[in-house]
Design a protein around this ligand. Structure first.
Ligand SMILES: C[S@@+](CC[C@H](N)C(=O)[O-])C[C@H]1O[C@@H](n2cnc3c(N)ncnc32)[C@H](O)[C@@H]1O
Length: 251
């Protein structure tokens, strides 16, 4: 069953789409992938390692620059996204850069694809934060072949725990504001986001048939800049504001 957050987030992302066009265009134009809000180079993150020849699904692809990077590295990506406006931008970039792959309008929690169709499921701030982990991670497991990989980047639990209760107030603080026990769904004024603790994620991945290969807690380099207004470099240099999970479906 489709959760109410899916419709809420569709309305929100249709509204954000315009603002994400330019960053999307820059990312499509770049041959040197960088990740997350601080633009951390692929060399230190490795989300695109070993993708040559992979059938890949990008869950919550937005403007689909991650899928473009995958295609340029020899993968066969498919992008799925909940926002028709974001997909419109993605289709425009496909035409401009003459690089085409399937783009599907749909919900990453309940995709229309058969079981065991992909070698890689990937998300950067897509399903990774906007979908319920107890729904989208089992769905990713269903889509992957035995030995297939799930790689995703999200906010860290610590980021959420330090987020002010009034979501108009930024940046996040250097103290714990929210409870970790019970942490799951965050209803912001305009959209709904999800985050669970590291322990919950470990158990969930295990229960869905994954072996965890890595958890990277990203630290931006000194002097890094971001367009995000909810975080300072000082904070992100002291504590991890973004996580990358890498897991492999047990054969
Ligand atoms: C921040 S973008 C991610 C794309 C890109 N990596 C980026 O960082 O700009 C978030 C995307 O997740 C999509 N999204 C949110 N909920 C979704 C869902 N239930 N199924 C598929 N996509 C979803 C939004 O429509 C939006 O395009």
């Amino acid at each position: 069953m489709t959760g109410d957050h899916v419709l809420r987030n569709r309305v929100a992302w249709n509204a954000y789409a315009e603002e994400f066009r330019d960053p999307g265009h820059r990312a499509w134009s770049s041959d040197e992938p960088t990740w997350g809000i601080w633009g951390i180079p692929e060399a230190g993150v490795g989300m695109l390692e070993g993708v040559d020849g992979n059938d890949a699904i990008e869950l919550g692809c937005g403007t689909a620059y991650v899928s473009a990077w995958l295609a340029r590295r020899g993968a066969r990506p498919v992008g799925i996204d909940n926002s028709p406006k974001q997909l419109e931008s993605a289709r425009g970039f496909q035409a401009e850069f003459d690089l085409r792959f399937p783009l599907v309008h749909g919900d990453a929690e309940h995709t229309p694809f058969p079981d065991a169709q992909f070698d890689l499921a990937i998300s950067e701030y897509g399903a990774a934060i906007w979908c319920d982990p107890y729904v989208w991670i089992p769905e990713a497991a269903r889509l992957l072949r035995p030995g297939g990989r799930l790689v995703y980047l999200s906010h860290s639990p610590l980021t959420m725990l330090c987020s002010p209760l009034d979501d108009e107030v930024v940046p996040i603080e250097d103290r714990l504001i929210r409870d970790q026990f019970g942490m799951h769904r965050f209803d912001w004024s305009d959209a709904t986001e999800f985050q669970v603790s590291h322990g919950e994620t470990i158990r969930l991945l295990h229960d869905c048939g994954f072996e965890i290969e890595d958890l990277l807690e990203l630290q931006p380099a000194e002097g890094s800049t971001t367009n995000a207004d909810w975080i300072t470099l000082e904070w992100a240099r002291r504590w991890p504001c973004e996580d990358v999970w890498k897991a492999r479906k047990r054969p």
